[in-house]
Design a protein around this ligand. Structure first.
Ligand code: GDP
Ligand code: MG
Length: 597
């Protein structure tokens, strides 16, 4: 295709501002999909994403459109994941296109993810076309929101498009603006092949499918290509484009976006951001800035029923096939039996994976408290990466511990500002900035990631009644007074409940944990001390007193059938008991103790 007839773009938006609906409308308007095949939110492939309204994997579609000049154009839309956990994938897919539609809900205005995503687009040198969406709604204030875009983001919004992705108003104008205002790609068809690996996923029929953007040269079926970052060579057996259904083509040239398959078995071999070139006539240097994304949040996943372990193994192996940023290794715990220590890009990623395991594979799971990766500096100079608090070395061997910090941006209506500042302060935050964007305050905090993975987002939502928006990026590691807190039941440590905490917050967390456990562990014939400790020092303690009477007598008096039922229930429950020294603790106690509240 003639380069001047190609436009490559992505859509950036805060969640719920209408990105998917707009993409659907663009596809529909251009008859890319026959009317009867059009289902809502074409681009959100997985059910779980549809339900949660989030798009996780980048998706792409090629749209043919005849512009006002009567010429035919090829518009390639790459739909980027909208969530912060996938920031690296967003930044890579941004680099595969030249422009962005900036969608802002004209009833809401600029939000935290609007900012985060548009800054990524600016970083990628995009031309940006602002789209004010939902103008069909009575609460729409396009003039105010356009002004806000200029004030807060600093881009010209005087030619912002007025759109209703719902009714279709402004869609033709949007297509025309893409042709008029976004630049055509550049590239040299005769140069050696240079293509960017934008994304990849596993397909059970075709193996791994690789989404590519051709920079220079041509890619054809039958080519032998090298992935420069991983060093592997593959034989290309199929190339094509998405309309959005996969459609085979003969070749892909500069500026084009499409897919290849090459009998690749696992997505691990296809790193997002890698450069693809010909084995025989390689390009001289790869695209800049390739770095594989690494997990930052870890937790243990254990089957509630120990018999499900093999099923869980199959399920996590399958998931890992399709998700290179998800890591897992077998973990065994005295409390929870066999399970997996899993790594995620962030909390949302964790939730999505856990949900899929429970739903698609039908396995009930216990999730241990999420933990970040600490850098433990040993006295002998060695540095270890700590993924699991249970592996924390003896304190006498440790010089100091560093934890990951984030820069969090929160937009919030004025009236909730005080509560948000208090929340950030409570979580050991350092305020970096406080400005106003219209009637909303924008606060920027330096926060420990560890305090954010622990229910921060839920708290933020509840103190602001859902009106705050939040986004973050990692800023690096910093030393602090971090210690491992252990929980002991009848003097026996319970590994699954160990956690890393800041020394100043240890008493509070320890107290909360022992109080909860006191409620959850059934009484025995003897007294049971429940303690939280750092090193050898006990910082919180509760005592579960001994059982005095027969529980059945106490609870149910003389009712024989109810008594029988209770005994049966207890018998069934026995199977799910775990033994700690002399103490039996029901599995449910761990599940509940690990629940965050
Ligand atoms: P995304 O999270 O940015 O992909 O947003 P969606 O496309 O999923 O849209 C979020 C919600 O807004 C959905 O309920 C849409 O039906 C609705 N929506 C999107 N565009 C419009 C619009 O132009 N007008 C109205 N009234 N609703 C819209
Ligand atoms: Mg969406």
């Amino acid at each position: 295709t003639d380069l001047s007839r190609i436009r490559n773009f992505s859509i950036v938006a805060h969640i719920d501002h209408g990105k998917s609906t707009l993409a659907d409308r663009l596809i529909q308007e251009t008859n890319t999909v026959a009317e009867r095949d059009m289902k809502e939110q074409m681009l959100d492939a997985m059910d779980i994403e549809r339900e949660r309204g989030i798009t996780i994997k980048a998706n792409t579609v090629r749209i043919d459109w005849t512009a006002a000049d009567g010429k035919d154009y090829v518009l390639n839309l790459i739909d980027t994941p909208g969530h912060v956990d996938f920031a690296y994938e967003v930044s890579r897919s941004m680099r595969a296109v030249e422009g962005s539609l900036l969608v802002v809900d004209s009833t809401q205005g600029v939000e935290a993810q609007t900012l985060a995503n548009v800054y990524q687009a600016i970083d990628a040198d995009h031309e940006i076309v602002p789209v004010l969406n939902k103008i069909d709604l009575p609460a729409s204030e396009p003039a105010r929101v356009a002004e806000q875009i200029e004030d807060v983001i600093g881009i010209d919004a005087s030619n912002a498009l007025l759109v209703s992705a719902k009714t279709g108003q402004g869609i033709t104008e949007t297509l025309q603006a893409i042709v008029d205002h976004l630049p055509a790609p550049k590239g040299d068809a005769d140069a050696p092949l240079k293509a960017m690996l934008v994304d990849s996923w596993y397909d059970s029929y075709l193996g791994v499918i690789v989404l590519v953007r051709i920079i220079d040269g041509k890619l054809r079926k039958g080519d032998r290509v090298r992935f420069m970052g991983t060093g592997t060579v593959h034989h290309v057996d199929r190339i094509g484009v998405f309309r959005p259904a996969m459609t085979v083509v003969d070749e892909l040239g500069p500026g084009e976006i499409g897919f290849l398959t090459a009998s690749i078995k696992q997505v691990r071999d296809t790193k997002v951001g890698d450069t693809i070139t010909h084995e025989k006539r390689p390009c001289d240097k790869p695209l800049p800035g390739f770095k594989p994304s690494v997990p930052v949040v870890f937790c243990g996943l254990f089957p509630v029923d120990a018999n499900d372990f093999e099923d869980l193994r199959d399920a996590v192996d399958k998931l890992a096939l399709n998700d290179a940023s998800f890591s897992h290794e077998v973990e065994s715990s005295a409390a929870l039996g066999f399970g997996f220590r899993c790594g995620f890009l962030g909390l949302l990623h964790l939730e999505v994976v856990r949900d899929r395991l429970e739903r698609e594979y039908d396995i009930d799971l216990i999730t241990t408290a999420p933990s970040v990766v600490y850098h433990v500096h040993m006295k002998d100079g060695e540095v270890m990466e700590l993924h699991n608090p249970a592996d924390m070395p003896d304190v006498t061997l440790v010089d100091h511990v560093e934890e990951p910090r984030i820069k969090a941006t929160i937009l919030v209506p004025d009236e909730y500002l005080g509560d948000v500042l208090k929340l950030c302060q409570d979580r050991r935050g350092i305020q970096l900035d406080l400005t106003y964007a219209g009637a909303r305050a924008m606060v920027v905090y330096d926060l420990p990631l560890n305090e954010v993975v622990f229910d921060f987002y839920d708290r933020l939502k509840s103190v602001t009644k859902g009106y705050a928006s939040f986004d973050y990026q990692m800023i690096g590691y910093r030393q602090d007074n971090l210690v491992k807190m252990q929980v002991l039941v009848n003097e026996e440590p319970v590994d699954a409940l160990s956690m890393m905490v800041h020394r100043d917050r240890a008493e509070m967390r320890g107290r909360a944990m022992v109080e909860k456990l006191k409620e959850l562990i059934p009484r025995h014939m003897f007294k049971i001390p429940i303690q939280a400790a750092i090193g050898g020092k006990v910082i919180a303690r509760e005592t579960l007193s001994a059982m005095r009477k027969d529980v059945t007598a106490k609870c149910y008096g003389g009712d024989a059938t109810r008594k029988k039922k209770l005994l049966e229930k207890q018998k069934a429950g026995k199977k799910k008991m775990r033994q700690f020294g002399k103490v039996e603790i029901p599995q449910s106690a761990f599940i509940n103790a690990l629940k965050m509240d």
